[in-house]
Design a protein around this ligand. Structure first.
Ligand code: SF4
Ligand code: SF4
Length: 481
């Protein structure tokens, strides 16, 4: 049963199965891929591995030879589940209008310079802006990245807060279509009211939501403000010598292409690579790159809300760690010293798996590498923030274990352009406590980090066996249909 949004084109699909055969997560044999798409079209979600494991990477849409939009079929099935049963309680973490969401939680552990930056960005949305630099949803987890002279002339125009809902990126990926549409319309009216004529996005992914997904799927047209990733502006300024290179970096790097960088013909992926070459980096590609790039792993939390492993935060955490590690291992296999990312969610969560597995591969934003080439020292609090996120996850597990109401499914509240609700003093105390432990010498010493890395890797290996077993069971249900 479809509930209002229908982007998948049944009439075009000939059940060839190519989508799930070449899906970088599933990589199913041809016969099983055909079974899977058939089960998904028929609404037999228990028998569809795509429904249970899709990490929203968008590759299958690019692969489908007849543009049937198989990715949207997954989203539509998730949408049906939300509308009829609500969402798994742990998803509250990514809703900025819920208490103890991750933005409010991380803020408890942030230094004053970052808090004051975010206050100024929020204040700026009250003023008209011809040119605007939009901060991203996930920028507010790592606001230190904007401490750079490279964007000095855009600084008065930096605006945004969590009430902009990340340009509907999370709502769309979660499959909450009505919410995505509502956010699109709300932002359209807001940018028009502010008089924005040119919009740069600190998070390239959000530029793709505004210039592709929201207009093409929901008919919300942002052409009046011409949204573009900030990365285009940075490359232009490098080429026109307005950003002067003081030294070539001579670093061997690998580029992680975020899910939304695949939109608009992959121009953002080209721009990042050109920028890296411009500042003297050698690029080595991962096994899955560009059109077939794996999700960083963060979006793996989404199927964990719907599937056979739904509702249990330990399962969600393990599926997340497993998916993050898949990506990190591909980067390690290239021999690169750094993985370059553009999306701030990828930046934070890949930094998390880096610290947890004690990997040698450093995670850099492309902007940070340009800063270094221009002679600046980037602030680089990504690893510190990754440990802060561990405090947030620990608090989530605590709440789930000790408060039964924190385990109940919920229906998302209507979206509003409002500041995030304050965190309770009990949550703040717990977060500071966990934060102190993770940042203390108890954890931050070489033998403990090494031991922790070994434990996390064995946990992931053990969990992979469970996933493989479950995969066989799901496929055998599909075969019996
Ligand atoms: S959605 Fe496209 S690729 Fe997938 S089975 Fe249908 S036609 Fe083939
Ligand atoms: S969106 Fe990506 S992970 Fe999901 S089914 Fe399509 S190719 Fe696979």
């Amino acid at each position: 049963m479809s509930l209002g949004f229908r982007f998948f084109k049944d009439d075009l699909c000939d059940l060839c199965g190519l989508c799930f055969e070449r899906c970088p997560v599933l990589e199913l044999p041809a016969a099983e891929a055909k079974q899977d798409i058939k089960a998904l079209i028929g609404g037999k979600t228990d028998a569809s591995l795509a429904y249970q494991r899709c990490t929203t990477c968008y590759t299958c849409d690019l692969i489908c030879p007849v543009q049937s939009n198989p990715y949207e079929l997954v989203l539509e099935r998730w949408n049906e589940e939300h509308q009829s049963r609500g969402m798994s309680a742990i998803a509250k973490l990514v809703f900025p209008n819920e208490t103890a969401n991750m933005w409010a939680s991380v803020r408890t552990l942030m230094p004053e310079d970052e808090l004051s930056l975010m206050r100024s960005w929020q204040k700026n949305v009250k003023h008209p802006r011809k040119v605007m630099l939009l901060t991203g949803f996930y920028t507010n987890l790592v606001p230190f990245i904007a401490i750079t002279s490279l964007i000095e002339e855009l600084k008065p125009a930096i605006s945004g807060f969590e009430g902009f809902w990340g340009c509907a990126g999370d709502a769309y990926k979660l499959g909450i279509m009505s919410q995505a549409e509502m956010i699109g319309k709300m932002l359209h009216d807001k940018f028009a009211e502010m008089g924005v004529g040119k919009l740069y996005c600190l998070m390239g992914a959000e530029a793709m939501m505004l210039s592709d997904v929201l207009p093409n799927r929901f008919g919300v047209d942002f052409s009046f403000c011409d949204p573009e990733p900030l990365d285009y502006w940075i490359l232009d300024r490098l080429k026109s010598d307005k950003i002067k290179i003081k030294r070539k970096l001579n670093k061997k790097v690998t580029v992680h292409d975020s899910c939304l960088s695949k939109y608009k013909g992959g121009k953002l992926q080209d721009v990042i690579r050109e920028t890296m070459k411009y500042i003297g980096c050698e690029i080595v590609e991962m096994e899955h790159n560009r059109e077939s790039a794996l999700c960083c792993g963060w979006a793996a939390t989404i199927p964990a809300l719907h599937s056979d492993i739904a509702g249990n935060p330990l399962h969600t955490l393990l599926y997340l760690l497993h998916s993050l590690y898949l990506r990190l291992q591909e980067a390690e296999a290239t021999g690169a010293e750094a993985m370059v990312v553009n999306c701030h969610a990828c930046y934070l969560f890949l930094s998390l798996i880096k610290v947890l597995t004690n990997s040698k591969v450093d995670i850099y934003l492309s902007l940070e590498l340009v800063q270094m080439a221009a002679g600046e020292v980037p602030v680089r609090r990504n690893e510190k923030r990754a440990w802060d996120m561990m405090a947030v996850v620990s608090n989530l597990l605590f709440r789930w274990l000790f408060f039964p109401k924190e385990r109940r499914r919920f229906f998302p509240k209507p979206v509003k352009m409002e500041p995030i609700p304050p965190i309770s003093s009990a949550d703040a105390r717990r977060l500071r406590f966990f934060g102190k432990i993770y940042h203390s010498v108890l954890v931050q010493n070489r033998p403990v980090r090494k031991l922790l890395g070994a434990i996390v890797k064995s946990l992931i290996n053990w969990y992979q066996d469970i996933l493989r077993r479950r995969q066989r069971e799901i496929l055998s249900v599909a075969a019996r249909l």
